[in-house]
Write a protein that binds this ligand. Structure first.
Ligand code: NCD
Length: 311
């Protein structure tokens, strides 16, 4: 059974197909309005979410399917001490596919091992967020026209930001992608991404403290929020939360065709005055998240059916 735990679970070719399907869905929504009739998506969210959960639900509803689920750990049996393994075994009898978010790294993988239905990792702690990455890839592919030959600046909380970890893993598979990491010393990339992903693949990267100095070089700027919920101490969060604020003055330093992405939610790291700049595409990006999740649900359910019919 195919699950989605990491963006690497799909080959570059499979990702290309998924993005083509998402584009077709975007251009011809009526064609897919009944694609998942009779199917149910479970959204099991043990951690807060707006975009990810609602875009999954919107995706399934737009495909003609139905949804059920919970939006917080305390509204599920986790509050009574039930394990994710037990929960997913039960959910497997109630739904055809499940999107799971959990504060513990690896929890969706534990669930997948016990599941009778495809499980999609909708974010596990500070680890991975593969469907945000699919959203980011579709946005870049659609607005830039390619995923190779790009200089990408990733700015903010690179230590705890799972969207950043997943995006780097996915992008190193495309030729001539260069990274510039912009973060305070305390929030630099985890060692395993630097060693196992970047150095292992001979990827060119630099690490800097100041956004201004690198703005003119960037094809893409991926801004992130400081991940308050992963900090051990509030004082550190308060000290670091406004380290970077992208404003009009900094945007003046950037190229005419540089795009600004952000997985959202934004706190203070992008000033609202940037929102009207045509290069600011984060709200468009959130919309692309529905199309790629529609494509993902259709694809995983088709793979499951194919497997069942060959048994
Ligand atoms: C991200 C997440 O949950 O990791 N949000 C999202 O899914 N769009 C980013 C964040 O919370 O900062």
């Amino acid at each position: 059974m195919r699950h989605l735990m990491s963006p690497l679970d799909f080959s570059v070719e499979e990702l290309e197909e998924l993005m083509n399907l998402a584009e077709d869905i975007r251009n011809n929504p009526g064609k897919y309005a009944h694609a998942c009739e009779g199917k149910i998506l479970a959204t099991c969210f043990y951690e807060p979410s707006t975009r990810t959960r609602l875009s999954f639900e919107s995706a399934m509803l737009r495909l003609g399917g139905q949804i059920l689920g919970f939006a917080s750990a305390d509204s599920s049996s986790a509050a009574k001490g039930e394990s994710v393994s037990d929960t997913i075994r039960v959910i497997s009898g109630y739904a055809d596919i499940c999107a799971m978010r959990h504060p513990k790294e690896g929890a969706p993988m534990v669930a997948a091992a016990r599941s009778g239905i495809p499980v999609i990792n909708a974010g596990d702690g500070g680890h991975q967020h593969p469907t945000q990455t699919l959203t980011d890839l579709l946005t870049i592919h659609s607005l830039k026209g390619h995923l190779d030959n790009l200089t990408i600046g990733l700015c903010g909380d690179l230590k705890f930001g799972r969207t950043v970890h997943s995006l780097i893993k996915a992008l190193v598979r495309y030729p001539n992608v260069k990274f510039i990491f912009i973060s305070p010393q305390e929030l630099t990339l985890p060692g395993y991404i630097r060693d196992d992903v970047l150095q292992k693949n001979n990827i060119s990267f630099t690490e800097v403290r100041h956004l201004e100095e690198v703005m003119p070089e960037l094809d893409l700027l991926y801004m992130t929020r400081v991940q308050r919920e992963r900090f051990f101490n509030e004082e550190d969060y308060v000290r670091l939360k406004d380290f970077y604020i992208l404003d009009k003055a900094k945007m003046k330093l950037a190229r005419e065709d540089m795009l600004v992405l952000h997985p959202l939610p934004r706190v203070n790291e992008i000033s609202v005055e940037v929102d009207d700049d045509p290069r600011a595409v984060y709200f468009k990006q959130a919309k692309y998240g529905v199309y790629i999740r529609m494509a993902l649900i259709v694809t995983l359910l088709a793979m499951k059916e194919k497997e069942e019919s060959s048994c």
